[in-house]
Design a protein around this ligand. Structure first.
Ligand SMILES: Cc1cc2nc3c(=O)[nH]c(=O)nc-3n(C[C@H](O)[C@H](O)[C@H](O)COP(=O)(O)O)c2cc1C
Length: 357
């Protein structure tokens, strides 16, 4: 229903400020019927993180920060939904405007700054959906004015892990000053140890994922991969938005806005980083490939670069929810065209080539 209506409402939404359009979309998901999704082709099923994902196409963090609509989003056809980022205490984020559409580049720049209703509100919403089908995870961060960021991640894990399939530790948002510094080796090691400990202390089964930035050297990636592996992180999410501004961007004025760039221009650098991560830890943990997916071809490339699961956000702004079904149909065709019976057989097949970009 929502997918069918999107081509009609898109021009209206795009006349609005991007944040206002997003808020209306969330309202639409809350009130409009989505119907029942058709069952996914069995060749798309992926068994990772102790679960069976019906298909590998997930919604990336940041779309449903407050966990208002995970179930309507699952009915759109996503194989899993990551809600959040959530921080312990409510915070407003940066002043508006703070999200921009670079339409000619099929990209988005955002500097939300982890605006969040806070842990209690989001935990209550997730608790309320306990027992429902559908794989939902949560993305966690630290308050901007926190004096103990490590404690913030622990508090989020303690409160949220019991209600979700996975918790993604976000140390890669570019919009909270200093947050990316948490990717440094010594801090990261302690952070991951404490998060895993907090999850175990509440007896939760949630997998712990680590989401990284695309803007790092391969030496830094070496260190992160080694730390994640040693601390029992169950998957890496590659990647968050980039602070880089490729020379190819056509929306020159908007490109000067501060914030994280996502969408099509992120595809190449994030896929390269994903393939590099697969070469380092592909034998030890699954990877979630994110950044610039806007078609079956780009999703397939992420899988062949090393992703067991993929996520997307920015392309929804341009193509709407119908894109999810189109990507899944295209992936089924690709598996069949290669004579395969399971998409999992293709994970990492091109990692060596794609790592060089
Ligand atoms: C408006 C917006 C808000 C986002 N908020 C978060 C967030 O809270 N936490 C996070 O880890 N990533 C966040 N992201 C990053 C996305 O989850 C994703 O990693 C990135 O956008 C690349 O995927 P895409 O090119 O498909 O959009 C946000 C992205 C956008 C566009």
């Amino acid at each position: 229903m929502i997918s069918a209506a999107y081509p009609l409402v898109r021009p209206l939404l795009h006349r609005l400020d991007a944040e206002r359009a997003h808020d209306l979309t969330i309202r639409g998901l809350q009130v409009l019927p989505q119907g029942t999704p058709v069952a996914d082709d069995p060749c798309l099923a992926v068994a990772v993180l102790g679960r069976r994902f019906p298909n590998p196409v997930g919604l990336a963090a940041g779309f449903d920060k407050g966990a208002r609509v995970p179930d309507p989003l699952l009915r759109v056809g996503f194989g899993f939904v990551e809600v959040g980022g959530v921080v312990p205490r409510p915070q407003p984020g940066n002043p508006k405007p703070r999200v921009f559409r670079l339409a000619a580049d099929r990209a988005v720049i955002n500097r939300y700054g982890l605006n969040s209703e806070g842990l209690d509100v989001v935990a209550a919403r997730l608790r309320a959906r306990a027992g429902r089908d559908g794989i939902v995870g949560v993305n966690i961060g630290a308050n901007k004015d926190s004096t103990d960021r490590l404690a913030d991640y622990v508090a989020c894990t303690t409160a949220l892990a019991p209600h979700v399939a996975f918790v993604t530790v976000n140390v890669s948002s570019p919009n909270t000053p200093g947050l990316r510094d948490l990717q440094g080796e010594a801090f990261l090691d302690e952070l991951l140890a404490r998060v895993v400990e907090a999850r175990d202390a509440v007896g939760a089964k949630a997998a712990i994922l680590l989401k990284i930035a695309p803007d790092m050297t391969l030496d830094a990636l070496d260190a992160i991969c080694a730390t994640a592996k040693a601390r029992g992180v169950q998957a890496l999410v590659v990647s968050n938005t980039t602070v880089a501004r490729p020379a190819s961007l056509r929306e020159g004025t908007l490109a000067k806005e501060t914030g994280g760039l996502s969408g099509r221009p992120l595809f190449a650098p994030a896929t390269r980083m994903l393939a590099q991560a697969w070469l380092r830890v592909g034998d030890a943990m699954p990877l979630v490939g994110v950044g610039g997916i806007d078609s079956a071809e780009t999703a397939w490339a992420k899988i062949r670069a090393g992703a067991s699961l993929v996520q997307l956000y920015s392309a929804l702004v341009y193509d709407g929810p119908g894109l999810v079904g189109r990507i899944k149909a295209g992936l089924v065709e690709k598996v069949r065209a290669e004579g395969g019976t399971s998409i999992t057989a293709f994970v990492g097949r091109d990692a060596r080539v794609l790592a060089e970009g």
